[in-house]
Design a protein around this ligand. Structure first.
Ligand code: ZN
Length: 321
């Protein structure tokens, strides 16, 4: 693995260094720790305001290599700091955010609100080099400490941490997290493992248990954080399906929970059979004025069949129908 800055600088066409470059034969870069024969002096590069000294990979060096100096330059929307960065060399990426610098078709600068190209890459990465770094605050340098990956075992930089994982493990975490999000659970509930009481019903509980148990060992870990950062409201189902496809490709068998058959009936017909009785206002009024038991009509029959299904035993729920 080489530093992401070196790949990005190459892919962007080796742009000129924004600051004066001096020779430093046999030297190393204090940021990435790689050898460099020329660079920007630490004094010229950082000035007086640099605070991330603990991030540097070679404290003894007095130079910053050209790729690192380049990725750390720029202010506001220019440069990298504000953006999440995706780079893949095997194919073109969607366009960068309209306010970001344009660095060619193989580098996308995007917001954390649209990480769809990152999710696609994490689930099915190429053997050629690629980079993902995710900015959460937009205030810190993330890219200089990211790595270029090859293949499906990877290190992704998210704000100040390395997320080290592989595509099949990520697919598992993404699948279960997206499934819970699609059931209405929030990121906080998923992270804590404690669902809100009002969301738990007899139908939902087995699903919560199934997915939350699968995520148990990832709680408190960076991989679940990464998955939840990627999942936006608009793309929950898309990511769940993409993760499932990846798992199938890796031959992972998802042992789905066995649920009461009534779950499907409830999903099809609304929240609760009684809601349909209230909803059937015309006949309801007539029935009540006529003194009839409204549960004796067709609505009651629906409830009875639901009741019967509950007692006919369990069957496999197809989560993906
Ligand atoms: Zn460097």
């Amino acid at each position: 693995m080489r530093p992401a800055s070196h790949l990005l600088w190459e892919v962007a066409g080796k742009p000129p260094c924004p600051k004066r470059v001096r020779p430093c034969p046999g030297g190393t870069c204090c940021v990435c720790g790689e050898p460099c024969d020329e660079g920007v002096t630490v004094k010229d590069h950082f000035g007086a305001n640099f605070t991330d000294h603990n991030m540097l990979r070679d404290f003894s060096s007095g130079f910053v290599c050209v790729p690192c100096a380049w990725v750390m330059s720029g202010r506001g929307t220019s440069g990298f700091r504000l953006w999440s960065v995706i780079c893949r060399t095997d194919r073109e990426l969607p366009p960068s955010h309209e306010k970001a610098d344009k660095l060619g078709p193989h580098i996308q600068l995007t917001t954390r609100g649209d990480l769809s190209a990152a999710v696609e890459l994490l689930l099915d990465p190429p053997d050629s080099e690629w980079v993902i770094s995710i900015a959460i605050s937009g205030q810190k340098h993330v890219v200089p400490y990211a790595w270029a990956n090859r293949g499906s075992t990877w290190t992704v930089r998210m704000e100040g941490i390395d997320v080290v994982s592989d595509s099949v493990t990520f697919a598992r975490v993404l699948f279960h997290a997206a499934s819970l999000r699609s059931l209405g659970f929030t990121a906080d509930e998923i992270l804590s493992g404690v669902p809100s009481v009002h969301r738990i019903t007899a139908e939902i509980f087995p699903l919560w248990t199934y997915h939350a148990d699968a995520l148990r060992r990832h709680r408190g870990g960076a991989l679940l954080d990464l998955a939840l950062v990627c999942i936006t409201k608009e793309r929950i189902d898309e990511y769940r399906d993409a993760a499932k496809t990846t798992l199938e490709r890796f031959g992972v068998d998802l042992a789905l929970p066995r649920l009461f058959a009534g779950h499907d009936a409830i999903r099809e017909h609304g929240a609760h059979p009684s809601a349909r009785v209230v909803g059937a206002s015309e006949s309801g009024h007539r029935d009540r004025s006529g003194g009839r038991d409204i549960r004796g009509d067709g609505c009651g029959g629906g409830e009875a069949s639901l009741h019967r299904e509950f007692h006919e035993g369990h069957r496999q729920l197809d989560l993906f129908a």
